[in-house]
Design a protein around this ligand. Structure first.
Ligand code: SF4
Ligand SMILES: [Zn+2]
Length: 134
């Protein structure tokens, strides 16, 4: 009969990540890399991942918030570490494209004013054309 305690089960379930500095596998909950002392979590909080760029690159180059111009962090566009980094390439792959009718419906909802104006102009032209034929 094999008796296993909770701690050994937890160790087996630990998710491993790669340290961006030394490339060793470390526990995803580790605050600091046990091999090179690289800080992996911001403010000592296990839930706050400190994303880090590969040497010679900047995180902002592939960040969603740089792409949509919504980031106002002072370190942008040269951030080498950031807690808010979101990889735009991974997110773009996860979101499936909308079907064409849905895209058209969304466009119409966003441009109601323009559509109303076009309807008024076309209606006026049609009325003027009908009146000129009498
Ligand atoms: S959230 Fe961070 S990585 Fe993203 S653009 Fe802003 S500073 Fe750069
Ligand atoms: Zn390391």
């Amino acid at each position: 009969m094999i008796i296993s305690d909770d701690n050994s089960q937890r160790e087996n379930l630990a998710i491993m990540i790669t340290c961006p500095r030394c490339q060793h596998k470390v526990d995803s909950q580790a605050l600091q890399c046990p091999y090179c002392s690289n800080i992996l979590k911001a403010y000592g909080h296990p839930g706050m991942t400190l994303h880090q760029a590969v040497t010679g690159e900047f995180l902002c180059e592939t960040c969603l918030y740089h792409g949509d111009d919504s980031c106002n962090f002072p370190q942008r566009p040269y951030a080498t570490s950031c807690t808010l980094y979101k990889n735009s390439q991974i997110i773009a792959e996860k979101i499936p494209p909308l079907p064409l009718p849905r895209v058209f419906k969304n466009w119409c909802l966003r441009n109601k004013g323009l559509l109303l104006l076009l309807t008024l102009i076309l209606g006026s032209i049609a009325l003027a054309f009908i009146n000129s034929r009498r």
